[in-house]
Ligand binder design. Structure first.
Ligand code: AMP
Ligand code: MG
Length: 404
């Protein structure tokens, strides 16, 4: 059976990052930068006051005390007109350019102004050059790189792009993902299950996982385990960048998803992966003329398997689509907080709770009754990885975890 590592490799080989487009910074939230940017200005563009107060020559205030002659008042957005000579100062506001000759700002709280004599008496601690100011270009020089390709754009990155003269940027957008639950036993969460029925928990769970990836979920409801209905729904789902199917990919006689996908022209890349939970995972793509492929995941119907497979594989595929430089989940080493017994011949990705104790990650694998036991994952914020085999992993051992 395909290993998890091979499954990752095949997914990342198959999913091609979407073509970049230009967007304004108002539309850039949680898109990924497709080309690096450089600054078209020095930051700050001038020696800049960081406090309201008086611009001074630090040599006038070596001991912190002086009475200085006031030349002018400099506001943010204005330009100083008079250079400071020894014994002179200008009142200055936060964000305003320092006058020539000044190399520090004294806070207004330490200044007593004498209006009649056009002077100010300063009593403060010794002033050294650079106090309460930023030197011209000390943060960034014109032409210097600001953000690299592959950067996720959040509020602070978007602000930095605005500051450095990139009001439009080349980005990759998050994908749309249609979600199709399959199964004759399923009823909607608002319905009371009759004998033999269960509620469709996977659809809304996948919907939420897609939203948490900052991508666009398109829920398609429930497809019956019947070829015509399933086919109709699959064709609808193939209009998105991704189609996520839940259930119908294992070995039951009504597990029609793989054959119906094939009938719709979808090429299978793999079926079944060597992990627990999640073994029935199916992945393929539909190549289409004049448009990007649609990528299809057939996720196992058992809710914990669905959850784990999304976090490991679907999330990585979304990140690859958006052009992240490291799309795979990053491992975090954590110390086992309690013993854990593995069973079976597949690597286990056990829902787990990672906490921090004195700066160290510690992990508690959650006790579950298997991949149908969604309730046990309520405290989970990660999975912990254990190799295959029947083995007792003792408290204190280091294991790999993957945060959700
Ligand atoms: P399947 O892969 O279709 O055989 O489904 C495996 C198990 O997952 C069965 O017990 C199903 O009833 C359950 N299951 C399938 N789809 C869902 C769903 N959307 N929500 C909750 N459980 C499901
Ligand atoms: Mg089913």
């Amino acid at each position: 059976m395909l290993s998890v590592q091979e499954a990752f490799r095949l997914i990342l080989e198959t999913v091609i990052p979407i073509a970049p487009h230009q967007c304004s910074l108002f539309e850039a939230d949680h898109k990924v930068l497709a080309a690096g940017t450089v600054s078209d200005v020095n930051v700050p563009p001038f020696d800049k006051a960081l406090m309201d107060g008086f611009a001074v020559r630090s040599t006038d205030l070596i001991d912190g005390n002086a009475t200085l002659q006031i030349l002018e008042t400099i506001y943010a957005g204005s330009v100083p007109t008079l250079p400071l000579q020894a014994g002179q100062t200008s009142q200055i506001m936060t964000g305003a350019p320092l006058p020539e000759g000044a190399d520090a700002v004294v806070q207004i709280e330490h200044c007593k102004i004498n209006e009649e004599q056009q002077s100010v008496q300063i009593e403060t601690s010794p002033v050294s050059p650079g106090k309460n100011m930023l030197y011209h270009a000390s943060i960034l020089e014109r032409g210097a790189p600001v953000l690299e390709a592959g950067t996720l754009l959040r509020a602070q990155e978007i602000g930095a792009l605005a500051e450095t003269g990139s009001p439009f940027v080349s980005v990759r957008r998050p994908p749309s993902l249609s979600i199709l639950a399959t199964g004759d036993e399923l009823v909607a969460p608002e319905d009371a299950p009759q004998v033999g029925q269960i509620r469709n928990s996977n659809e809304v769970m996948l919907y939420t996982q897609v939203l948490q990836s900052h991508a666009h979920p398109v829920p398609l409801g429930i497809a019956r385990d019947e070829r015509n209905h399933l086919r109709e729904k699959i064709n609808e789902g193939l209009k998105c960048d991704f189609l996520l199917l839940s259930g119908g990919v294992s070995a039951g006689t009504l597990d029609l998803v793989p054959s119906e996908l094939q009938a719709a022209g979808v090429r299978q890349v793999f079926h079944k992966v060597d992990l627990k939970p999640g073994k029935p995972l199916w992945f393929g793509l539909l190549e289409q003329e004049n448009r990007a492929p649609c990528y299809i995941f057939g996720l196992p119907g058992n809710p914990v398997s669905s959850m784990v497979c999304f976090e490991l594989f679907v999330r990585s595929a979304i990140r690859q689509f958006m052009g992240f430089p490291s799309p795979k989940p990053a491992p975090l080493e954590a110390r086992l907080k309690s013993d854990f017994q593995t069973r079976g011949n597949r690597p286990t990705y056990q829902p787990a709770m990672v906490e921090w104790e004195s700066g160290e990650a510690v992990v508690t694998p959650l006790m579950t009754m298997g991949s149908a036991d969604l309730r046990s994952t309520v405290a989970a914020n990660a999975v912990a990885l254990f190799p295959s085999g029947n083995q007792l992993f003792q408290e204190g051992l280091k294991v790999e975890t993957f945060l959700w």
